[in-house]
Design a protein around this ligand. Structure first.
Ligand code: AMP
Ligand code: ZN
Length: 137
């Protein structure tokens, strides 16, 4: 399979690794938004949240929890953004699931995860919640 992140896991493409276990691989983003920008991925290929197994997703989130604590200790950021993009409409570029850890410092000028709050129509919000709950039943 021609997947750049699978090739990183198999070491066909070099990366700056920070963590590895049975299911998970984590490495530094090659275009860091800030110091300490890490990508955490499952070793088994899964394009998005829809394809990954629950066990692999739990392993990836567990490693993210561990790495966020390590980043806090090592770099002492003022905050941390976790990002996980699915599909082109959500701006996913590499179709192998990954969680971004992006350390944040006050006044760093990054505009990620910053949006204007606009009050929703509560009736529409409730109708959409019902649609989702119907599927969950
Ligand atoms: P996304 O938009 O969530 O799919 O982000 C993909 C991320 O992968 C970007 O932040 C890229 O900088 C990063 N990336 C792409 N290729 C590599 C690579 N070879 N090594 C490390 N990071 C990479
Ligand atoms: Zn892959």
């Amino acid at each position: 399979m021609d997947c750049i992140f699978c090739k990183i896991v198999s070491n066909e493409i070099p990366s700056v690794k920070v963590y590895e276990d049975d299911r998970v691989f984590a490495f530094m983003d090659i275009n860091p938004l800030n110091d300490g920008h890490i990508l955490i991925i499952p070793k088994a290929h899964a394009a998005t949240i829809y394809e990954i197994t629950e066990a692999d997703f739990l392993a990836v989130t567990s490693a993210t929890h561990k790495l966020a604590a390590a980043v806090k200790k090592a770099l002492n950021p003022d905050g941390i953004n976790l990002m996980q993009l699915n599909g082109r409409a959500a701006n996913q570029v590499v179709p192998h699931l990954h969680i971004h850890i992006v350390p944040r410092w006050s006044g760093d000028g990054l505009t990620i995860c910053k949006w204007e709050m606009v009050a929703g129509d509560i009736e529409k919000v409730k109708a959409v919640a019902e649609q989702i709950q119907t599927v969950l039943k």
